[in-house]
Design a protein around this ligand. Structure first.
Ligand SMILES: [Zn+2]
Length: 310
């Protein structure tokens, strides 16, 4: 039963619908609880199996022992797939939009269909993005990014899956092709019609000139940051690639994600179902701590810093 979800057809069946059209729309009231236990019979299977066996010592009692156990698991693993969320970038100055007091609790996110149908919404989306530019432009990779790229360069990590849109894994030294971005990238723009890429200074110049967000010069459709908005289809190539990575690693590291945004949060479970060990590093408890092999509830930089000597 646990192995069933590792079957590619089962994955397609479970994800196909969500990939094409996300079932769940963002609701400002439930930023902290977007995850659904009920969607995950495979998760319940793991928890039930654990309850029958041993569930001791999953949560590291302190940072030092957590780092030591993580180090041993990294040393034993042949293929490690990291999956990163906002927590790895907070020490780089990128806010966690979803956190209490974060941008999304003050400014309701603009859903994809609203962006498409309303020029005012597009203008507002771009005004917000330009307001964030000093923050994104100043951000540099942190200790977590540096630790992961060291493992990548050592041949332990084939590619990384991220929910982040900040481009910091690429800046740290990952090849762009080896960063699987589930929620896109905010450091450039794309036409939502033909996919033509635009750089942000081009968009800003047109916006400043006309007072409004520009349309594509090729096909006249709206130009949007290359991110995945609420209500927008998940990127199929990235979902497929993340699925393959989750299915074929022996250690899956979920880092800095509260694992509440679906379908991205399905990948740690998928890896676990396919036989990988699952480690969760996050300051706060996550939705999936009870299926993990090791949980380290500490700061990401402090946890991963020792792997790059700081
Ligand atoms: Zn276009």
């Amino acid at each position: 039963m646990i192995g069933g979800f590792c079957d590619a057809k089962a994955v397609d069946k479970a994800y196909g619908k969500v990939v094409k059209k996300p079932e769940r729309r963002f609701n400002a009231k439930d930023t902290a609880s977007v995850g659904h236990r009920s969607r995950n019979p495979q998760r319940r299977a793991i928890v039930d199996a654990r309850r029958k066996g041993s569930e001791s010592h999953v949560i590291a009692p302190d940072l030092r022992s957590g780092v030591e156990r993580l180090g041993n698991m990294i040393a034993e693993a042949a293929s490690i797939v990291p999956f990163t969320g906002a927590g790895i970038s907070t020490e780089c100055g990128i806010p966690d939009f979803r956190s209490p007091g974060g941008l999304w609790t003050r400014n309701r996110p603009i859903a994809f269909d609203e962006f498409v149908s309303s020029r005012d919404a597009r203008d507002e989306a771009w005004r917000r993005r330009f307001a964030m530019e000093p923050t994104f432009a100043a951000a540099k990779p942190g200790r977590g990014h540096r630790a992961l790229v060291a493992l990548y360069k050592a041949g332990k990590i084939p590619a990384i899956i991220t929910q982040n849109i900040d481009n910091l894994h690429q800046m740290s030294g990952f090849k762009a092709d080896d960063v699987v971005e589930l929620h896109g990238n905010t450091t450039y723009a794309r036409c939502i019609g033909c996919g033509q890429a635009y750089d942000l200074p081009w968009v800003k110049a047109r916006f400043d000139e006309t007072g409004s967000a520009p349309d594509c010069t090729v096909c006249d459709e709206p130009v949007k940051t290359a991110t995945i908005s609420f209500g927008q289809s998940m990127p199929e190539d990235a979902m497929r690639r993340a699925t393959e990575l989750a299915q074929h690693c022996d250690l899956f590291l979920a880092i800095g994600s509260s694992l509440v945004v679906w379908p991205a949060a399905g990948f740690p479970l998928m890896a676990k179902n396919c036989g990988a060990k699952l480690v969760i590093v996050n300051n706060e408890p996550t939705e999936q701590d009870d299926v993990a092999d090791l949980v380290i509830r500490h700061d990401i930089g402090e946890t991963l810093g020792p792997f790059v000597g700081n």
